[in-house]
Write a protein that binds this ligand. Structure first.
Ligand code: ASP
Length: 439
């Protein structure tokens, strides 16, 4: 049995947290491969090392004095090293970083040092080998991740190594620059490593005991999801549920490796299992609810639109030409509505509208703003009749007007559009209906 274990920033924020992590790793021989994030927040008001690095580098780039800021970062590591009684000095590493900052080595290089240094500390503390991610995780010169090249290089390297610490979040481009994934990207590194190591399990350790059915800022004490499929997770993360980076699913999914979300502060909790498929019946009809505010709908009306072949394509072309992706497109007989993300649409609004006029000659176009989309996701919905009925009854009961309904053909989700101000109440009422009343 081989496990890859990834620890998030809050799991590695202090020497005390490092001790918990080491206990977890040493308690199971199969935890052979470790991916650390950079030290995160120790308290709510603290700053993550990654953010400190971005700020420090901004000073360096503006040719301002960045030394005090760099020393504050070093102090974070020194405190951990001292707390763990390690015989380790990062002085030389910081000399290199200082010199590279001076040469304006780039924002990505700067941010990546958080994981790089934490990897060195972690490897020293655990007695594992350190492998610099820049040597085995690759991006092309445009910054696109090279999955196959990475997998080959990484699996080859692992063959000659024992237990390994591979820092998360970054790699290097084919032209030799350090490049990071987007924020939270250490989750992706963990998944890449699990694939390359042909692991049996990818454990992702964080500060919550798994995925919650709904956002705890909206629903008080929501229950934890016990088992979720990759597809369900994808739907929920797309709609804003966080915990795991959206792109972390792809490498492990390809090789059928399950992910277990675990809590470093409560290792005894089972957490959430993310799997390809399962015979485990979900505890509730729905697996999760997630949503986002800030959508706009563009409602296009034209008599006899339905008989005009190519009408839909022309509408979408107007969005495509302006580089806007659409979220949903419900249609009637003479009407068609396109849902887009407001921030993406705002600056290009007039260009899109004139393109629609030019390409489709509609009778009218109306724009509605302030819309929220909510995804109700669950593999249990497929075999269950009346799910939509119960959901709409719950919303009607709470005086919520539904502005859009869309059910994917997979029957894995129902998406509804409501006014931004109804967003929280809508999520609460759906949660109450399916989880609290267990209907
Ligand atoms: N340290 C990086 C961040 O704060 C990456 C990560 O933690 O996954 O985004």
């Amino acid at each position: 049995m081989v496990k890859v274990v990834k620890f998030g920033g809050s799991s590695l924020a202090s020497a005390g947290q490092f001790e918990k992590v080491a206990n977890i790793i040493h308690s199971d021989e199969s935890r052979k491969y470790v991916v650390p994030s950079a030290p995160g927040k120790r308290t709510k008001s603290d700053t993550k090392v990654t953010d400190m690095l971005y700020a420090c580098y901004a000073l360096a780039e503006a040719d301002k004095d960045y030394e005090p800021s760099l020393m504050k970062i070093k102090a974070r590591y020194d405190e951990i090293i001292k707390g763990l009684n390690l015989d380790l000095s990062l002085d030389k590493e910081f000399d290199t970083i200082r010199a590279n900052f001076k040469k304006h080595a780039g924002k990505d290089y700067a941010a990546s040092r958080g994981e790089y240094l934490n990897g060195i500390v972690m490897a020293n503390y655990l007695g594992f080998e350190f492998l610099d991610a820049a040597e085995v995780v690759f991006f092309d010169s445009e910054g696109n991740f090279l999955a196959n090249e990475t997998n080959t290089a990484l699996s080859n390297r692992l063959k000659d190594m024992g237990k390994v610490v591979l820092p998360g979040f970054y790699g290097s481009t084919t032209d030799g620059r350090v490049k990071t994934f987007s924020r939270g990207g250490s989750d992706i590194t963990g998944s890449i490593l699990a694939r390359a190591a042909k692991a049996d399990m990818y454990e992702n350790w964080t500060d919550v005991s798994g995925f919650l059915v709904a956002d705890p800022r909206i629903v008080e004490n929501p229950v934890t999801i016990n088992t979720i499929t990759y597809r369900e997770l994808r739907e929920l993360s797309y709609m804003g549920a966080t915990v795991l980076h959206e792109d972390a699913v792809f490498p492990v999914r390809e090789s059928g490796i399950p992910i277990n979300i675990k809590n470093t502060n409560r290792p005894e909790d089972e957490g959430t299992m993310i799997v390809e498929s399962t015979c485990r019946t979900p505890d509730y009809t729905i697996t999760g609810i997630a949503g986002k505010k800030g959508f706009v709908s563009i409602n296009i009306e034209k008599d006899m639109m339905n008989s005009e072949i190519g009408f839909g394509r022309k509408i979408l072309e107007a969005f495509e030409m302006n580089g806007i992706s659409f979220e949903h497109m419900p249609s009637g007989i003479d009407t068609l509505t396109v849902f887009v993300h407001q921030p993406e649409f705002e600056g290009k609004e007039q260009a899109v509208l004139s393109a629609i006029h030019r390409l489709c000659e509609p009778d009218s176009i109306e724009i509605d703003t302030g819309l929220a989309l909510i995804a109700v996701v669950g593999r249990g919905m497929r075999s269950n009749r009346g799910v939509a009925g119960r959901m709409f009854a719950a919303l009607a009961h709470n005086n919520i007007n539904i502005r859009m309904i869309d059910q994917g053909s997979s029957e894995l989700n129902i998406i509804i559009g409501v006014a931004d101000e109804d967003f929280e109440t809508a999520i609460k009422s759906i949660y109450d209906m399916f989880v609290l009343t267990k209907l």
